[in-house]
Design a protein around this ligand. Sequence first.
Ligand code: PAF
Length: 283
Amino acid sequence: METVRTIEETRREVRAAKADGKSVGFVPTMGALHEGHLSLMRAGRQETDFLVISVFVNPKQFNDPKDLKAYPRELKADAEKANGVGVDLIFAPSDAEMYPKGAVTFVDQHRLTERWEGAHRPGHFRGVLTVVAKLFNIIEPDIAYFGRKDFQQAAIIKTMAADLNMSVEIKVLPTVREPDGLAMSSRNVHLSEDERKQALCLFRALSRGREMVEAGERDTGKIVTEMKQFIDGNPLARIDYVAIADPDRLEKREQVEPGDVALVAVRIGKTRLIDNMILLKER
Ligand code: PAF
């Protein structure tokens, strides 16, 4: 496995692999790799011949400079983990390599980006879409892998790929959880012992929502109220949003329908966590 810093070297490696007839898998990351990322890489390893990951803390998707500064950066440990699951190439560019002075083009999207995460983090999805589009252009993967924990991000990226006729297949794989249910996230390292315990309220509130649906409740107002009350019972938790939406356009629902997803974003102390759960399986 090799770690390269430039677009030119990355293209050279990927093109050589393609010239050998190899299919290319790609897992974009911001590093601080955990089991969630590794599960995507294992899938890529199984399904494609040449597996590339990117490790790039993308400044354009952070609306809070303190959050950007605090984001964990641990390339050496990341490289060891990636090597362990059989990654072929790590692309770890600098900010200047990805955003040279004078670049003025961004990728943006309407509607889907305006709610939930988009409403709470202005500019976030514009930064995500721009970097993912650039990475797709650099790596030209056959399949790219994303985690379902970032449900809205995955929906937005799928929409971008379809709208812009990108010839990449987007695969979205299940959220990987700690044994007690907390969704794995690079941000979990910031949680103190007490915060870690209270962070479980996201998963528990989602599970409560699903239980209510399983028991026959369909009124999203009632379900959301109960989920919020559950989260508010944790003194360190501050809700950004709790919502039930359709899985494609992420529009708010009044009555739960098959496939609908509950989305939560909660600050636990200074750490902002998101999670989601499908409430009712599609028939
Ligand atoms: O999900 C992430 O880690 C990031 O948003 C991504 C897709 C790597 C783009 O920077």
